[in-house]
Write a protein that binds this ligand. Structure first.
Ligand code: YOG
Length: 138
């Protein structure tokens, strides 16, 4: 049985988000707004099928996928790029690879105790770790 990520998660801390946004070419004005945001993540998971929704007061983003099945992702409202995206299990970690214009792009989610982590990657040197608190898992 794979891990179950279902629930609502509030980001409580993040590091290096600015560098990640710079790597994606997000303009200064947008970065200024975005770095103040405290995103909330809602995971809907049915085995290997996922919907991950990211909510903020500024913009929202949603992504649906099945483990191991490549799909075309358009990062609408983020950097608006097209990626060929695949998410796989690495034990209980969710590992996403976003092939496209930006090299080494992807993200990883994992859980430790009550905490959900996210690392976003857009180039070798830029990563961000978000520490999230599960506020409504059942
Ligand atoms: O989630 O990859 O859980 O899809 C990072 C934003 C800010 C828009 C969010 C809105 C990257 C302006 C990545 C922020 C910066 C800045 C939230 C969400 C780009 C633009 C909507 C993400 C994955 C993993 C699932």
């Amino acid at each position: 049985m794979p891990a179950n990520y279902s629930g609502t998660w509030d980001i409580v801390d993040n590091q290096n988000f600015e560098a990640y946004m710079v790597a994606l070419g997000i303009d200064f004005a947008t970065r200024k707004v975005a770095r103040m945001l405290k995103p909330q993540k809602v995971f809907e998971q049915d085995g290997d099928s996922f919907i991950i929704k990211t909510f903020t007061t500024f913009r929202n983003y949603s992504c649906s996928f099945k483990i191991g099945e490549e799909f075309e992702e358009i990062t609408k409202g983020l950097d608006n790029r097209k990626c060929q995206t695949t998410v796989n299990w690495d034990n209980d970690k969710l590992v996403c690879v976003q092939k496209g214009e930006k090299k080494n792009r992807g993200w990883t989610h994992w859980m430790e105790g009550d905490t959900l982590y996210l690392r976003l990657k857009a180039a070798v040197h830029y990563t961000v770790g978000c520490l999230c608190q599960n506020i409504a898992a059942d």
